[in-house]
Ligand binder design. Structure first.
Ligand code: AMP
Ligand code: MG
Length: 329
């Protein structure tokens, strides 16, 4: 039986330095008191997360961030005021002697986020402490977007799971470094796209998506992968499909595949929806991986969703970035 718990129990457990999985608007988070070395170490152990990969710290609002000693420049404030609470995270200089040092894997910066999910907000407010919360999955795998996905992956390793249904966005937050107010760096693309930032900041501010490997320690590790091996679907070009495979395709690819002379109706198909609605694909992509893994398929042939297919608005580019990391070829 899943160890689903109430908001009140989650709060009590967190106050007692336990680790609980909580829904957020991006993906489910594995939360713990960000000021407790004991609690933070449990997160690393449960996830099997490399110890040099720091954690995002979650706050109730800008007021709480400032109370914790952070100093924000005008652009950072502008970004937070526009997009928070929501799926955006900001890299900030860690204040001197901050208790949050235990969540930073030794760095002198910390990434902060103000989530909009009501359950998560209630829990931060009630614990009255910033909560470190990476995605609630074993390191290397896709992030969970339902409570059942957390339960199947982590089970009793977590002290409890708050069931908040499906996550609104389904992929991880956009991470931004705005330390230099005229050159904004996107350390990880996410649901808030370059376009939305451009509209807010105007033409005088440059926005650059940086090669994350140099900027975020976590990006050198394997990420987002299902257990099944993922190949790119190359449509009707004489595709040799291995046994025990499933095709995970856009509506457009399904149509073309069915019309092609190589179409084989014995091969299972699962639909991602329209290529023109990347936000909707982002919302369900990890859940699709989960369902396919549950059914025991060995291979997934996935529609080619490369970055040049999507505009700079919304989740499209982030979706393409995540999927580029799960492909085996
Ligand atoms: P997640 O593992 O989904 O929680 O994502 C957090 C990402 O942010 C990882 O790739 C981390 O390496 C990165 N990160 C966290 N804190 C910092 C920091 N202070 N500086 C740079 N990257 C960070
Ligand atoms: Mg993660």
């Amino acid at each position: 039986m899943p160890n689903f718990i109430t908001i009140e129990t989650a709060t009590e457990l967190l106050k007692n330095k336990k680790v609980v999985a909580i829904p957020t608007e991006t993906v489910y988070g594995l939360a713990a008191d960000a000021t407790s070395k004991l609690a933070v170490n449990k997160i690393y152990k449960i996830k099997n997360r490399p110890s040099d990969n720091p954690l995002i710290c979650h706050f109730y609002g800008l007021k709480q961030i400032i109370e914790w000693g952070f100093v924000l420049n005008e652009v950072e404030k502008k970004i937070i005021k526009k997009f928070s609470p929501g799926p955006i995270s900001l890299k900030l200089q860690l204040p001197q002697k901050s208790k949050l040092k235990v969540a930073t894997a030794g760095l002198d910066s910390v990434i902060v986020r103000i989530p909009s999910n009501k359950i998560f907000r209630e829990i931060i407010k009630a614990t009255n402490v910033p909560l470190a919360a990476p995605s609630a999955n074993t390191s290397g795998r896709y992030s969970p977007t339902t409570a059942k996905m957390v339960w199947q992956d982590l089970g009793k390793k977590v002290d409890g799971i708050v069931n908040g249904g499906k996550c609104k966005f389904g992929i991880e937050s956009t991470i931004i470094d705005a330390e230099n107010p005229t050159l904004i760096k996107i350390l990880r693309p996410g649901p808030i796209g370059v376009q939305e930032l451009k509209e807010l900041l105007g033409a005088n501010v440059k926005i650059k998506t940086v090669k994350p490997i140099s900027a975020t320690p976590g990006s050198k590790y394997k990420h987002y992968a299902p257990k099944a091996i993922v190949h790119t679907f190359i449509g009707s070009k004489n595709l040799k499909i291995k046994p025990n495979s499933i095709l995970l395709l856009t509506t457009q690819d399904i149509k073309n595949w069915k019309a092609s002379k190589y179409y084989d109706k014995s091969i299972k198909i699962n639909s991602l929806g329209s290529i023109y609605e990347p936000d909707k694909i982002s919302k369900k992509i990890y859940r699709k991986f989960f369902e396919i893994d549950q059914k025991g398929f060995d291979f997934i042939y996935l529609s080619k969703l490369s970055t040049n297919l999507f505009s700079e608005k919304g989740s499209g580019k982030a979706l393409a970035e995540r999927l580029s990391k799960v492909l085996s070829q």
